[in-house]
Design a protein around this ligand. Structure first.
Ligand SMILES: [Zn+2]
Length: 136
């Protein structure tokens, strides 16, 4: 299976970072790290924009992140209309910024900037794979 298994709605069947989905299936959220300059990318990139001829390796996004920012979505884009409301967030995992949804189980009133979050793989109804942020 390729990248079509990623997300509630997948917009691409093939990418150079298709292994991302295989790692999600194993319960791992991964980005890529440039072996030349050490930068870590999330979402993963297959090529480093700073190092021509770069070699990237997969690295786990693990441990505890901190919530940097979030917004509550009340009007979803095409394909997500029936999923609202939900919360999109940016979390910092030791300098690696992870953008994603916060679990619906965390109510808005208890969502606070700076709170500790973990990133976890999620299998959606229908078998699609994604990830979300949950309180640590
Ligand atoms: Zn690089």
């Amino acid at each position: 299976m390729g990248f079509e298994s990623f997300g509630q709605i997948s917009f691409a069947a093939q990418t150079k970072v298709g292994d991302f989905v295989d790692y999600l299936r194993k319960g791992e959220l991964r980005g890529t790290k440039c072996q030349e300059c050490g930068r870590i990318f999330f979402p993963p990139r297959a090529d480093c924009p700073w190092c021509p001829g770069s070699v990237l390796e997969w690295v786990k996004i693990e441990g505890t992140g901190k919530l940097v920012s979030f917004t509550r979505v009340h009007y979803g884009p095409t394909g997500f209309e029936n999923d609202t409301p939900y919360t999109l967030a940016l979390a910092d995992f030791n300098g690696v910024k992870v953008f994603g949804r916060i679990t619906k189980e965390l109510v808005e009133e208890k969502t606070n900037i700076g709170m500790a979050l973990k990133a976890v793989a999620v299998t959606l109804p229908g078998g699609q794979l994604t990830y979300e942020l949950i309180p640590a």
